[in-house]
Design a protein around this ligand. Sequence first.
Ligand code: FAD
Length: 438
Amino acid sequence: MSSSISIFWHRRDLRTEDLRPLSEALQKEKNVLPLFIFDTNILNRLENKKDARVEFIHRKLKEIKTTYQEHGSDLLIKIGEPLKIWKEILNEYKVEAVYAGRDYEPYALERDKAVYEFLQTKNIRFYGFRDHVIFEKSDIVKDDGKPYTVFTPYSKKWKSKLQDSDLALQSCTPHFKKLYSTSPLYFPSLKELGFEEAGIPFPEEKCSDEIIKKYHETRDIPSLHGTSRLSLHLRFGTISVRQLTRAALKLNEKYLNELIWREFYQMILYHFPHTIEKSFKPAFDNIQWENNEAHFEAWCQGKTGYPLVDAGMRELNATGWMHNRTRMVVASFLTKHLLIDWRWGEAYFKEKLLDYECASNIGGWQWACGSGTDAAPYFRVFNPTTQQENFDPDKIYIKKWIPEYGTKKYPDPIIDHTFARDRILKRFKFALDEKKAV
Ligand code: FAD
C-alpha cells in the first residue's frame, strides 16, 4: 500500500471551487484524493436508461477529472453500494480522513451514518460540512428551539442571522498542490454504467445579472426566460449557493427569497422526514382520491384539454424542466381537479425533472395540494383558464408547446372546472373534518 491519503468525497457538489469540504481537506490534510461513487442503490432504481441526470453527472465528472489531472492528481471513480465501496477503498489505500458536504435527505443520512460508523471502527476520521445550503438543520429555529413550519418568519430569521462569513469564498484552487499525485485513474463510459445519452440540452451554468435584476417582474411569465434556470446546477452543486446568494443580495431580494424557499424545504425534510411519504398535515391522508388512471395518463401526456396544464406537461416531457408557475398549476390541477393523490404527481416529477430535488419536490407538491407546510388553503383552487389568461394572455407559451392548439386535434377538457371545484371542496372538507374522518 502506498503513502497515506485523505479523501474528499464528491456527492451533490460537482465543482472544484468555492467548495467547503474540499477547501478544508486541502488546508488541513496532505495527499487529498477526490472520490465519486456511482451509487447502484440509486442507479438501479432508474428505469429510463436514457436518464439525462446520469448523463449530466457523467459529463460534469469528466470536467472535474480534467481539472484534477491538470494538477497532477485525478478523480477516483467507484461504482457500487457505498458501504461496500468504502471497504474496497480501504483495501486499496491507507486512508486517514474523509471529508464530505452534508446531505439532508433520509437516504443520504442513513448512508452517511453507516459509512461513519464503519470508518470509526477503522479509526478513520469522517468530517461533514455545511455546503449545499447557507443554513442547515437547526441553524434557523423559533425562539423556543422548534423548527419553523411557516416560510415568512423563517426567511426573516434567516436574513437576520446571515453574516459575511456565511458567504465567504471557500477557496480550493490555490491549495491544489495538496492533492494526491497519481497516475491516471479509471473513468467509466456512460455505457459501462448502463446508460445512454438522452439528447436533452442542459441549461447553462450561468445566469445574467439582467435576468436576476428583473426577476420580480418576469418570474411569473412562462413564455419568458425570466427566471435563472439554475435549479439543475443548484441540485448537483455545479454552482455554489454562496456565489448565487452573494449575487442575489446585491441584485434582487425576491430572488433571494426563492433561494431561501429552497433552504426552508431542506430544513423541513430534515426535521419531518416522514413527509416523503405522508402528508405534513395528517388529516390529508384521509382524503379519498379518485386516482383515475386514464385521467392520470392524460395529465402525464399533456392532453387534459386545459392548455396551460398541457403546455406545462409537454415542456416537462420535452426538456426535463418546467416553469414554476406551471408547476403550481399542473400540481393543483392533478390533485384538486382530478383528485389524484399528490404522491402520483410527485413520482412523475421525480422521474422527469432534471432538477429533481426530494425536499423541494415534496414541498412543492404538498404546498399545491394543501397538505404541506405553509400550504395554499385547500379551498383555494387554481382555475387553469384564469391562470392562462393572467400569465399567458397572448398564448405564446401554450402555442409553443401545443402545436395543434385551436384545431380539432386538440382534446376537449377531460373534466368540467365547476364540477371539479365543487367535488374537491366537498371531498376535502369531509376528509379534514376530524369528527367524520376514520
Ligand atoms: P428561479 O425562479 O430562478 O429560482 C432560483 C432557485 O431558487 C431555483 O433554481 C431553486 O433552486 C430555488 N427555488 C425557486 N423556487 C423554489 C421553490 N418554490 N421551492 C424550492 N426552491 C425554489 N425545485 C427544484 O429545484 N426541484 C424540484 O424537484 C422541484 N419540484 C417542484 C414541484 C412543484 C409541484 C412545485 C410547485 C415547485 C417545484 N420546485 C422544484 C420549485 C421551483 O418550481 C423550481 O425550483 C424552479 O422552477 C426552477 O427554475 P429556476 O432555476 O429558473 O428558478
